[in-house]
Design a protein around this ligand. Structure first.
Ligand code: ATP
Ligand code: MG
Length: 389
């Protein structure tokens, strides 16, 4: 029995003339993502994307799992393909729906007849199919208001499709339809969630991680790689750029007032990230900052960080509570990795009493303690690049 996956576009449907560009990007993303799960033909017709296996080697379970993580999809369903012939439809529907109907008590049938030339009208399809299924599965009864299972029979241009288990897609718009941005990626809980949220709004992600060996270990870097691998299931391929940040951090520690350590360090992070982002054709920076979460994320501190670079800084978590952020990180399976207790360069030289209401002039004055321009160039020119996904 031939089975396919039918995919319903999400918000793409609202994009008017851009719709076909969005659909093309979505199809390209699907092709890349299904790589490794067998050969699939992916095509579109009648506002549905069809994902058809070429041969038996295709792993439909794995493909469905991958599709559930592709942004730009409202819903998808596995469906059995039949000829547009009533005998073929009913003889396939009965065995195909066995597993789902055996576990149910009530059901209803819906028909969608986009091929108006089909000889039976929708109410007739529903009645006939209802009768067939009641006969084959006598434990069932019909409930049109609140059924356990809704069986859908679609009569389309190129065939008939039978399905009963529509699943929600990941929503959002296709990754790549909104350009590229650089995610400042720590090993913590917040930044992977921030990346996921912006990928959901169509951005491709380049990850920038600041490492400060020997204060931060190889294990801390591996943790960031694992987080990027998990993010890439949603965001697609990620280029991870690891920046050697030790020299600047040591200078800050030796030469700047302790209460400004974090804020100055964060300003240098933004400056360096902006330069790398420009080289990588990114149009914005993304951080996992959330208002008031820590001393460096008060409004005053954010204002000081913000002016360190000219690029727009996207902070998708700005109004979220930690609990809400954790809920997403569990859903996208980054939480368990994020809480592994490895050091981050932010935590290496944490001041005992950070300024929560820094004044920009004081920060700029404190920053004058050393000239970092050459060190910034050294950072930008000595990054390590790791391609993920
Ligand atoms: P997270 O879970 O994101 O690490 P955190 O509470 O540890 O959160 P901070 O240390 O205050 O956050 O950092 C705020 C943001 O700065 C992070 O969300 C991230 O975008 C960026 N950031 C922090 N440390 C690094 C790093 N080592 N490399 C790159 N970006 C970083
Ligand atoms: Mg944070």
């Amino acid at each position: 029995m031939k089975e396919v996956i039918l995919i319903k576009n999400g918000e793409i449907a609202l994009k008017g003339l851009n719709r076909s560009t969005f659909e093309e990007i979505l199809i390209k993303n699907l092709k890349k993502r299904l790589n490794g799960s067998g050969r699939f033909k992916i095509s579109r017709a009648q506002s549905t994307i069809y994902c058809e296996p070429f041969d038996e080697s295709c792993d439909l379970d794995e493909a469905a799992e991958k599709i559930s993580k592709v942004f730009g999809i409202a819903a998808f369903t596995r469906a059995c393909v039949a000829e547009k012939d009533w005998n073929d439809i009913k003889s396939k529907a009965v065995p195909y729906l066995k597993d789902v109907l055996e576990d149910a008590k009530t059901f209803k049938v819906e028909a969608k007849r986009s091929d108006k030339n089909f000889s039976m009208k929708s109410p007739e399809i529903c009645m006939e199919m209802g009768g067939e299924l009641l006969e084959a599965y006598p434990h069932l009864s019909v409930d049109v208001h609140n059924p356990d299972v809704t069986v859908i029979i679609e009569i389309r241009d190129f065939g008939a499709y039978i399905h009963a288990k529509q699943e929600n897609g990941a929503g959002g718009i296709p990754v790549g339809s909104g350009g590229r941005a650089a995610l400042l990626t720590s090993g913590g809980i917040d930044s992977p969630v921030a990346g996921w949220m912006m990928a959901k709004r169509g951005l491709e992600i380049t990850a920038i991680h600041f490492a400060a060996p020997p204060y931060t270990s190889e294990r801390a870097k591996l943790k960031v790689i694992t987080l990027c691998e998990k993010m890439s299931e949603y965001c697609g391929r990620i280029k991870l750029i690891v920046v050697p940040f030790t020299e600047i951090q040591e200078n800050i520690r030796e030469k700047c007032p302790e209460e400004y350590f974090t804020i100055i360090m964060r300003r240098y992070m933004m400056k360096i990230a902006e330069k790398i982002a420009q080289n990588e054709k990114c149009k914005a920076l993304i951080t996992g900052e959330s208002l008031g979460q820590v001393a460096s994320q008060t409004l005053g501190a954010l204002a000081c960080t913000d002016v360190a670079c000219e690029m727009p800084v996207l902070r998708p978590l700005i109004g979220m509570d930690k609990e809400e952020i954790i809920r997403i990180s569990r859903k996208i399976d980054t939480f368990e990795t994020s809480i592994l207790p490895y050091e981050d360069c932010c935590t290496v030289f944490t001041p005992r009493h950070p300024k929560t209401k820094p004044r920009l002039n004081d920060v700029l004055h404190a920053e004058e303690a050393f000239d970092a321009s050459e060190m910034i160039e050294t950072c930008v020119n000595n990054v390590e690049v790791i391609n993920i996904g």
